[in-house]
Design a protein around this ligand. Structure first.
Ligand SMILES: C[S@@+](CC[C@H](N)C(=O)[O-])C[C@H]1O[C@@H](n2cnc3c(N)ncnc32)[C@H](O)[C@@H]1O
Length: 461
């Protein structure tokens, strides 16, 4: 983003203050953090150095303007190969939980690096599994995530929280307990947890209408037992990590066909295999969270808000939005996640009503059938809410694909851009990217989605 850079000492000297004073201002967040170089040392642009000098004189901070103008920042985005064909996408906690249409971390990573600075706040207004939030934190930005899906909020929280030693110990003890449960089940030793041939858990389970249709009895008992043990964990962070691992295995141990197909398929789930899957899922989640401890600093905040965006949730202001919104007819998250939501005790019906773009709403036969106009109106409302929260002159990057509605192709980037303009947003760029064949999203109406666009809107002229 910057050409010439200055060190902390150089900036302090230009501003006529001691280096320690400048460091104190940064610590106290009186002025925002600059970027860091490959050694982790602070580097200020000349515009930031001028803003620091002004702060030294006046005591108030004015956002520096890029010397090259906003168009320069956007032009730089074209030096990036957005297809990220051979990129590794499951590093840190990114692979912790499946989530349909989650974007690859390289997309938010590049946008955050190019369009924001260290210490600023990045929002994902449809945060899903928290990909943007984790990238923002590891790039030393604050993060705000919003989602109407309670499961998305649980997973985003687990994915972005570094656990304390005490919390990790609690997870470790729970893991050991699960291993003992599994070996007693396999050995059928009739010990304190399992006696006789058929293991019965005392734990809560969903209504039999759900369990009989969607699960083998062995899986139901083991899931109920795992949940019973998780509920005994004292620390919320430790418990949420375990709940996220629990949720991650549910589709695999059920008869649901796959993460993006809500139809029943007979599959064999043998005794012990549910516990065994849970143990390995949790062990790898724990390993990933351990790595977070070294990367994420406490001074960067991550707030996750469970809300329907159309209900205008309260948030602090932010400097950049990186989000992949739901769009017409593409997915039905409330269905793909239904079994998980039910096992976790969440209200899947509330989310079903709130969900934007769901296949259910766009394929309905009744007079309430949603159309592209429905989506345009919803987006207009969202952008009206967003406008005063996104800093003036800053960007909202929205990753969207096309939809097919009643056989007609809808260019969602174009549709969003059209509703954004009268609200005072400028459509500064659209970057088209190909989705890797292995990641192509399945859509029952339009088959495989092969490409998507990154629409970049600037707040104000
Ligand atoms: C494409 S996904 C986001 C995936 C995310 N980028 C990731 O990497 O995991 C879109 C998200 O929008 C959420 N959503 C749908 N309707 C919503 C609404 N009315 N309010 C807030 N979130 C909503 C869905 O729950 C889903 O998580």
């Amino acid at each position: 983003m910057h050409n010439e850079t200055l060190t902390t000492s150089e900036v302090a000297s230009l501003a006529g203050v001691h280096r320690d004073t400048l460091l104190r201002w940064l610590r106290e967040k009186a002025i925002p953090e600059p970027s860091r170089d490959h050694r982790g040392w602070r580097v200020f642009t000349s515009a930031e150095a001028v803003a620091v000098s002004r702060f030294a004189e006046t005591g108030s901070w004015e956002q520096p303007i890029s010397p090259n103008g906003p168009d320069h920042d956007i032009a730089k985005l074209h030096n990036i190969d957005w297809n990220f064909e051979s990129a590794k996408t499951r590093y840190l906690t990114h692979g912790m939980h499946p989530y349909p249409a989650k974007f690859i971390p390289q997309i938010p990573n590049a946008l955050i690096q190019e369009l924001s600075s260290v210490g600023e706040t990045v929002a994902d207004i449809f945060c899903g599994s928290g990909t943007t939030l984790l990238e923002a934190l590891q790039l030393k930005r604050n993060a705000i995530g919003i989602d109407a899906n309670p499961l998305a909020c649980l997973v985003s929280g687990a994915k972005t929280k570094a656990l304390s030693n005490v919390e990790l110990e609690e997870v470790g003890e729970h893991l050991e307990l699960c291993k003992r449960l599994l070996s007693s089940l396999q050995a059928d030793t009739g010990d304190m947890f399992f006696s006789g041939e058929i293991f019965q858990s005392e734990g809560w389970r969903p209504d039999a209408k759900v369990t009989d249709f969607w699960f083998f009895p062995e899986a139901v008992e083991e899931l109920a037992e795992i949940l019973l043990q998780i509920r005994k964990i004292k620390s919320k962070n430790a418990r949420n990590l375990c709940l996220s691992a629990f949720s991650a295995i549910i589709v695999t141990v059920s008869k649901q066909d796959s993460d993006t197909r809500y139809v029943r398929r007979e599959k064999k789930v043998s005794a012990g295999s549910t516990l065994s899957r849970y143990i390995s899922q949790l062990a790898s989640a724990m390993g990933a969270v351990l790595e977070l401890g070294d990367l994420i600093e406490d001074r960067f905040n991550c707030e996750i808000i469970h809300s329907n965006i159309l209900e205008a949730p309260e948030t602090d202001e932010f400097d950049l939005v990186v989000s992949s919104p739901p769009y017409p007819n593409a997915y039905s998250y409330h269905l793909y996640h239904r079994l998980r939501l039910i096992w976790l005790g969440f209200d899947d019906q509330v989310f079903k009503q709130a969900e934007i773009g769901s296949h259910r709403k766009y394929s309905s036969k009744g007079k309430n059938k949603a159309t592209s106009e429905t989506f345009a109106n919803e987006f207009s409302k969202i952008l009206m809410w967003l406008k005063p929260k996104l800093a003036q002159g800053r960007y909202a990057c929205l990753v969207v694909g096309d939809s097919t509605l009643d056989g007609k192709r809808i260019d969602n980037a174009q549709l969003i851009s059209e509703v954004a303009k009268p609200l005072g947003f400028v459509d500064v760029d659209r970057i088209e990217r190909q989705i890797a064949p292995t990641r192509k999203a399945f859509n029952p109406k339009i088959g495989k989605i092969k490409s998507e666009k990154i629409l970049i809107l600037r707040n104000g002229g």
